[in-house]
Design a protein around this ligand. Structure first.
Ligand code: C2O
Ligand code: CU
Ligand code: CU
Length: 522
């Protein structure tokens, strides 16, 4: 069976349907900040743009036996400029931070518009004084961290320009790769696109993966920069309906990202920080892609594949041994779009572009082998679900120029029966994608297991078959790709934080347009 050719035009028609097209966001270039004249520019592309994830000098910040030193930060969002393309000054938004109390190595600058990497520890008390210095409402969400409702950075907590929000929570997540980004309703896509995002790394203390300088973080995004140096964002109906994709791939905030690496094994923490692109990543050398962690959770065992699929908001930590390459060799991480609207009858066009380049240094080769066993297997599964025999259904659809979940959209704190859950229970949820677009669905709170994928409509099954080997679901995830025509069942455990939490599509234009709801933990 061949997938139908969905042209840009027919897709738009599908999306628009018969209804009136709703303008979902007021984004235009006029919304670019205009008070950035005096703010210092962010440095240009160089090896320094590497987001260092660990610091050798930073001894574990322990205040005593088993005790973790608390951290108090000031974090702000501000308009500034950055050099995304070498030699071009681009107005951006950026997170900045300052350690008020605790280990100064808890933040490391990104060297680009991205916010500093926050190095947190399991068990650590974290206080953040967030200051909104942009001309728009804003709030910060710690994607993947399990925190109480009022610490989660939800749209209802957004504060206006000049206002602050104080966070105070304890990190209960395991070591892993997380991130932070704004979450004001209707404004998330544009704010992330203009630069508001950063990594959170909870370092392993006793892992068997490369650490120190051999532990890198790579944030993958895309941007369109006009000849005037300004970022272009979602200017057409198609952009807001299909999700906005920039024409230039950027890594760690710069185009043509390069980093030199020693001939040793590395851990590379990948975050897809793009607004809408789901990508299929491979090594230019044809080397096997070894995946060791997904969305903050070590896999039970390393998964070795030809390529890996990463949706917006997902993380995939890779293990790679650069000792197998020659000094001076350039090894590229290649990225191909996974969903091509005007695809050939044979399915996907896996036309790969360079996402990042690793230049092999002239060092003594120190070969390693990928660890086989990593984390513990997930502690819960479908058999633990309280609704084992009756999974809850969440129908994803696209009609009347909008995306829907169970025929509803964002309604603040209104919840339906299926959106009401009990603390400390496991439930089976089934996302049924009846829309013509893939949707990466994210739940706030604890990461979940993916139980099954079945087809209701297999017209896009051939296209899926070209990438399915790269969809890694043997561990926990907090964001799951739901392909058109598929029914994806997850087993989710709801933590003991009571209250309202979000679930939504992480294509930010879909989220902003209302493909986001709350669930209530009682
Ligand atoms: Cu990345 Cu609602 O989150
Ligand atoms: Cu989240
Ligand atoms: Cu979506």
């Amino acid at each position: 069976m061949t997938p139908p050719e969905i042209s840009r035009r027919t897709l738009l028609e599908l999306l628009v349907g018969t209804g009136v097209f709703v303008t979902v966001t007021g984004c235009s270039d006029e919304t670019a900040p205009d008070d950035q004249v005096d703010t210092p520019p962010v440095s240009a592309a160089s090896d320094e743009t590497l987001v260092a994830t660990t610091d050798d000098d930073a001894a574990p910040a322990t205040a005593g036996a088993g005790e973790v030193q608390p951290l108090r930060l000031r974090l702000w969002a501000e308009p500034t400029t950055a050099e995304i393309v070498a030699g071009v000054t681009t107005p951006v938004y950026s997170f900045g931070a300052e350690v008020l109390e605790g280990d100064p190595a808890s933040i490391t600058p990104s060297g680009s518009y991205l916010g500093p990497t926050l190095h947190l520890q399991t068990g650590q008390r974290v206080q953040v004084e967030f200051e909104n210095r942009i001309d728009d409402e804003c709030i910060v969400h710690w994607h993947g961290l399990v925190v109480p409702e009022d610490q989660d950075g939800q749209p209802g907590e957004a504060v206006g320009p000049g206002a602050s929000y104080n966070y105070d929570f304890t990190v209960i997540n395991d070591p892993g790769t997380y991130w932070y980004h704004p979450h004001p309703h209707g404004r998330t896509g544009e704010q992330v696109y203009r630069g508001l995002a950063g990594m959170i790394v909870i370092a392993d203390t006793d892992g068997n993966l490369p650490d120190g300088d051999n532990d890198l973080a790579l944030v993958l995004q895309d941007r369109t920069i006009g000849s005037d140096g300004e970022l272009r964002y979602a200017t057409t109906r198609h952009d807001t309906m299909a999700g906005f994709a920039g024409d230039t791939l950027v890594a760690n905030g710069v185009a043509d990202f390069e980093i030199s690496v020693r001939r040793e094994p590395y851990r590379i923490r990948l975050l897809n920080g793009a607004n809408s692109r789901t990508q299929y990543l491979t090594w230019s050398s044809g080397a096997t892609v070894h995946v060791v962690a997904t969305d903050g959770n070590l896999l039970p065992e390393t998964v070795s594949v030809d390529g890996v699929v990463i949706t917006p908001a997902q993380r995939s930590d890779l293990w790679i041994d650069f000792s197998t390459f020659e000094p001076g060799q350039r090894v590229q991480l290649l990225a191909a779009d996974t969903f091509v609207e005007s695809g050939s009858p044979s399915g996907l066009t896996l036309d790969a572009r360079t996402a990042a380049t690793f230049v092999i240094e002239d060092t003594d080769p120190m070969p390693g082998t990928a660890p086989t066993t990593l984390g513990r297997p997930p502690a819960f599964g479908p058999d633990d679900a309280v609704n084992r025999d009756a999974p809850k259904q969440f129908i994803l659809s696209t009609r009347r120029a909008a995306h829907w979940i169970n025929d509803t959209q964002w309604q603040g704190r209104a919840v339906t029966d299926v959106e009401t859950v009990k603390a400390n229970t496991v439930e089976l949820w089934e996302f049924v994608n009846q829309s013509p677009l893939p949707h990466p669905m994210h739940l706030h709170g604890e990461a979940f297991r993916i139980v099954s994928r079945t087809w209701d409509d297999d017209r896009l099954a051939d296209a899926w078959a070209t990438i399915s080997h790269g969809v890694i679901e043997t561990g926990l995830r907090d964001t799951v790709l739901v392909w058109p025509g598929q029914r994806v069942q997850i087993a989710a455990r709801f933590a003991d934080h009571l209250g309202y939490f979000l679930y939504h599509c992480h294509i930010l234009e879909h989220e902003d347009a209302g493909m986001m709801r709350n669930f209530l933990v009682t």
